[in-house]
Ligand binder design. Structure first.
Ligand code: SF4
Length: 370
């Protein structure tokens, strides 16, 4: 198996390079390229071609490599399907927004949590990602930002026109971050230290793993926390999120607010709006009726939180449908009337299959057919 240079310490990298008969300073040059996210050795123009050739035979740069890259028609969203060294695949998404460049990273290959609306869990959990495997997803996005700007002048970074760096991170891709808490914390510490991304620009999203939230409380860094809620009652949540059998809504919210209050942050509440077709083919709202909007309001009334309403993105294997635009707005209006901060999350990259886990799932199906 080829050596992953990014996984080596500076001393190990120096040893690796000098054992090839090269001077020490080459190791530092290569290290700089690795920290910029160089996808392979061919881009390392200050390294002699013979050495680049030799390195490509025995090593790779990062622990992830791009298998597929899809760009939305408005060029604001880029989705990557990445392959790990053991051939497992993960996804990450780069979003160019008005407030900066945000990357949504995966924390596990697959997911064990079994949420009934999600594509990421359909193939089960394969394994946890290492710190470097999570961090490399940011490097891939960072490289993309810089090379897109150099190669296509029509692409502009949003917000600050001089900012072509990743500025925000959301740990909201494939996997449940708080089933891999130690590595997720290690990754966040590294992103803060090595890339200078502030705590308050980092968000971890959980489906409600209470011991993991308690670990974050003990850790004490003032990041943002998001809870995937998706239902206003335990009975309903039990039907779509198996985690709710273990940790009930009230316990999840109590711990989540404890975390956000501790850091004086607004708790993010993620709420996917789901509907179903009945036997007559009519669309019936599943978790977003007017009564459910009242129940949700009551549950979080007076709390410092923001409800992100996310109209469901189609996943072929799941039997939900998207509610109508009117139903979405009616649901939101009730929350607003009840004094709840809420917004409808703009659906990004619809044309590139933005539902979490969809790209990985489709690729696995394609590979099976071959
Ligand atoms: S929604 Fe999140 S926690 Fe639930 S199955 Fe999907 S990836 Fe896992």
């Amino acid at each position: 198996m080829k050596t992953i240079l990014f996984n080596l310490t500076p001393a190990e990298l120096q040893d690796f390079i000098t054992r090839l008969g090269e001077p020490k300073f080459r190791a530092k040059q290569i290290e700089d390229w690795l920290n910029r996210g160089a996808p392979d050795f061919s881009v390392m123009k200050n390294i002699p071609e013979k050495l680049r050739q030799k390195l490509s035979e025995i090593a790779v740069t990062l622990p992830v490599k791009i298998v597929k890259k899809l760009e939305s028609s408005d060029k604001q969203t880029t989705k990557f399907l990445l392959q790990l060294n053991d051939a497992e695949q993960i996804e990450c998404v780069l979003m160019r927004t008005t407030y900066g460049n945000s990357v949504c990273v995966s924390s596990q290959a697959g997911c064990a949590m079994g949420c009934k609306f999600c594509a990421s869990t359909l193939l089960g959990l394969k394994r946890n990602l290492t710190i470097n495997e999570i961090y490399s997803q940011i490097l891939v996005a960072q490289w993309e930002l810089r090379s897109a700007v150099t190669s296509d002048k029509s692409i502009k970074a949003n917000g600050d026109p001089n900012n072509f760096d990743v500025s925000h991170i959301v740990v909201m891709g494939t996997g449940e971050p708080l089933q891999n808490t130690e590595n997720v914390i290690g990754f966040i510490e590294k992103a803060n230290k090595d890339m200078g991304i502030g705590w308050r620009r980092i968000t971890v999203s959980t489906c409600g793993v209470v011991p993991g939230i308690q670990d974050l409380i003990k850790w004490g860094r003032p990041i943002n926390l998001a809870i995937s809620l998706h239902a206003p009652t335990n009975d309903l949540r039990d039907t779509i999120m198996p985690i709710n059998h273990k940790y009930k809504l009230e316990e999840v919210l109590e711990n989540a607010f404890k975390f956000s209050d501790l850091h004086n942050r607004q708790l993010m509440i993620e709420y996917i709006l789901l509907a179903k077709k009945n036997e007559n083919g009519e669309t019936v709202l599943y978790n977003c009726t007017q009564e459910q909007a009242e129940q949700l309001s009551k549950l979080i009334s007076g709390k410092n939180c923001m409800v992100n309403l996310i109209p469901w993105n189609t996943v072929d294997e799941r039997n939900f449908v998207s509610p109508s635009g009117n139903a979405v707005h009616r649901f939101q209006d009730i929350l607003i009337k009840n004094g709840i901060h809420t917004r409808i999350r703009r659906e990004r990259g619809q044309d590139i299959g933005s539902a979490c886990g969809q790209l990985r799932l489709n690729n696995a199906k394609d590979n099976k057919c071959n």
